[in-house]
Design a protein around this ligand. Structure first.
Ligand SMILES: Nc1ncnc2c1ncn2[C@@H]1O[C@H](COP(=O)(O)OP(=O)(O)OP(=O)(O)O)[C@@H](O)[C@H]1O
Ligand SMILES: [Mg+2]
Length: 264
């Protein structure tokens, strides 16, 4: 699904966010992306969903070289990749059904997409997606009346409607309390397994990553410092890897108290 050969990303201001990444992610793989704040996790996910391009090396997405993705082909590739963000990216004032059906926006023409926001055209699709995430009874509720965990599940339902081959999730549980966080991670993993999706999730929480993902990638200052199964590193080694994590920025954004960056 993804092949990275010596991929690097230097931003316009000269900051090197990623350097010399070599890795392959096969269709159907489930991968957790770990690393301290600023390590380059979001940047890597944005390369994978083709909203950023590498400035060094070669990235192929489903066999297509990202350097040659423009116009129609770029839109096609983006449609096959669904991204879930920490802050849900939902329109708060809209009803749940409209946010869920927005998963179609990449596929529908402008007028049909606009119409769908007024008159949900595919109610059955929305209901099915919401059933999957346990929110079928919330179809007509205003999205901003839902709790954080429920809104994240609406965001997942929207990705189900999009039905991409790949689901990328950037710290999807960072704003949630630990009990809810585990439920959301389990939901994502179950969906990926059932529907044979490729899943790449960035997480701050090492135990969740170790429990639910067969493959972990760890980034530190833009370099890949680990790529392997959870058992490949002991809990102590993980702690050491991130011991100097500059954690307050991430913790602040996540509205959690920075006790330890990576509770083990
Ligand atoms: N557009 C940009 N221009 C310059 N520097 C950037 C830009 N975007 C990100 N960076 C820098 O690149 C580094 C990696 O950022 P990135 O957002 O990928 O980190 P992260 O691992 O996702 O961190 P966090 O856990 O806090 O979300 C950071 O130091 C960040 O400040
Ligand atoms: Mg990030």
């Amino acid at each position: 699904m993804f092949v990275l050969e010596g991929v690097g990303k230097t931003f316009a201001n000269g900051f090197v966010a990623l350097r010399d990444l070599h890795l392959r992610i096969a269709p159907g793989e489930r991968v957790a992306l770990l690393g301290p704040s600023g390590a380059g996790k979001t940047t890597l996910l944005r390369l994978l969903n083709a909203t950023l391009r590498p400035t060094a090396g070669r990235l192929t997405i489903a066999g297509l070289d990202s350097r040659h993705l423009h116009g129609k082909r770029l839109r096609q590739v983006r449609r096959t990749i669904g991204t879930i963000y920490q802050q849900y990216n939902l329109v708060p004032r809209l009803r749940v059904v409209h946010n869920v059906l927005a998963g179609h926006l990449g596929r529908w023409s402008g007028w049909r997409a606009a119409l769908s926001l007024l008159h949900p055209l595919q109610l059955d699709t929305a209901v099915a997606a919401l059933q999957h995430v346990g929110l079928a009874d919330r179809l007509w509720q205003r999205t901003d009346q839902l709790s954080g965990g429920e809104q994240q599940r609406v965001a997942i339902a929207r990705v189900l409607v999009q039905d991409p081959a790949v689901i990328l999730a950037d710290e999807p549980v960072a704003s949630l309390d630990p009990g809810l966080a585990e439920g959301i991670v389990r939901l994502l993993v179950d969906l990926a397994v059932q529907r044979q999706k490729t899943l790449v999730v960035s997480l701050h929480h090492v135990p969740l990553a170790r429990a639910y993902f067969p493959r972990l990638l760890a980034l530190q200052q833009g370099r890949l410092v680990y790529d392997g199964p959870p058992q490949g590193l002991s809990a102590a080694a993980w702690q050491a890897l991130f011991a100097e994590a500059p954690l307050p920025a991430a913790a602040e954004r996540a509205h959690v108290r920075p006790v330890t960056a990576f509770p083990l």
